[in-house]
Design a protein around this ligand. Structure first.
Ligand code: RTP
Ligand code: MG
Length: 137
């Protein structure tokens, strides 16, 4: 089942020089391809749309501030079961709980600064791709 997913390399990944490392892991997966990619700063409107499900939670305001603290790299990745696959490459939200070998397990620090976002379902992917790449979805 070929799918599309939205991936964001968060500001910590860009600041720490981990763009190549993380994209390399995605690229090495056979049969997946990057079909769009952009370095950009995210405004409040975009972040409120993207993380709206978390509005009102204690971590929401610091999350939005962190995501606006520097540029991110936004990517569209296409391929076989790519939604589940990139979530597995990323590892669990909390880097301390993430296995070594996963992106968050290898490089993560605190739960907020966990390097990568990846859509968590087909519905999320459709919604998020419209926010970040309205021209292609
Ligand atoms: P994401 O949406 O960024 O791909 O991450 P996720 O699905 O693994 O985690 P989610 O529950 O959707 O949380 C979104 C992001 O909010 C930050 N967070 N901080 N307790 C906390 O301080 C806390 N919990 C979540 C993380 O940056 C998480 O990725
Ligand atoms: Mg999430």
């Amino acid at each position: 089942m070929s799918q599309r997913t939205l991936v964001l390399l968060k500001p910590d990944a860009v600041r720490r020089g981990l763009i190549g490392e993380i994209i390399g892991r995605i690229e090495r997966k056979a049969d997946w391809s990057i079909t769009a990619m952009e370095l950009r700063e995210l405004g409040q409107d975009t972040l409120e749309q993207h993380y709206g499900e978390h509005r009102g939670k204690p971590f929401y305001e610091p999350l939005v501030a962190f995501m606006a603290s520097g540029p991110v790299v936004a990517l569209v990745v296409e391929g076989e079961r790519v939604i589940e696959g990139v979530r597995r490459l990323a590892g669990p939200t909390d880097p301390i709980a993430a296995e070594p070998g996963s992106i968050r397990g290898d490089f993560g620090t605190i739960v907020r600064e966990n390097l990568i976002h990846a859509s968590d379902s087909e519905e999320s992917a459709i919604r998020e791709l419209k926010i970040f790449f309205p021209g292609i979805s």
